[in-house]
Design a protein around this ligand. Structure first.
Ligand code: 5GP
Length: 187
């Protein structure tokens, strides 16, 4: 069987990655999104094993020591990592595997798996990004300021990605992403 592609999707928090990935999964039957491990606390409504595998620092350290991660990074003071085994298994099974991870993780993955396809999701502008983050109401002013700073640093790296996609209109952005993934899958 042909090995599946590995897509790495990054972009500033508030750019709409989560929504786009959800829509992509509805449209592409053999796409599978990896569930990461994290040391951050669950937000209201988040389910262990669905949104993340929530764990303490000791458990995360044990996984690092056991070489359980494809990549991991510190993002906004908490650790996040991609579990290696399931990702490799799904690729072997021919699925289109999607990682929704930050820029540090994306470049680690590219080093290990050079054929990984990196997609950067951009907000229409930094002003719009701030508006979305404020509208979400899940972060306080400090956290928003921190996320805006990270966003600027991430945007500076977008040209390192294989594809850039501006999430201005959600329907149009979904179509563009679905078309891109299908194109790569058929190559
Ligand atoms: P949040 O806490 O808002 O769910 O995620 C914060 C950031 O962590 C997002 O940019 C998200 O893409 C990134 N992230 C989530 N999982 C992983 C992972 O497994 N590895 C890395 N490097 N970043 C991740």
């Amino acid at each position: 069987m042909r090995k599946g592609n590995l897509f790495v999707i990054s972009g500033p928090s508030g750019a709409g990655k989560g929504t786009l990935v959800k829509r992509l999964l509805e449209r592409i039957p053999d796409a599978w999104v990896s569930v990461s491990a994290t040391t951050r606390a669950p937000r209201p409504g988040e389910i262990d094993g669905v949104h993340y595998y929530f764990m303490n620092d000791q458990h995360f350290d044990d996984l690092i020591a056991a070489h359980g991660f494809l990549e991991w990074a510190d993002v906004h003071g908490k650790r996040y990592g991609t579990l290696k085994r399931t990702v490799l298994e799904r690729m072997q099974a021919g699925q289109q595997v999607i990682l929704e991870i930050d820029v540090q993780g994306a470049f680690q993955v590219r080093k290990l798996i050079p054929e990984a396809i990196l997609v950067f999701i951009e907000p229409p502008s930094l002003e719009e990004l701030r508006r979305r983050l404020e509208g979400r109401g899940t972060e306080d002013a400090d956290a928003i300021a921190r996320r805006m700073k990270t966003a600027e640093a991430e945007l500076a790296l977008k040209h390192e990605y294989n594809k850039q996609l501006v999430n201005d209109d959600l329907d149009a952005a979904t179509e563009e992403l679905v078309a891109f993934v299908n194109e790569c899958a058929n190559e």
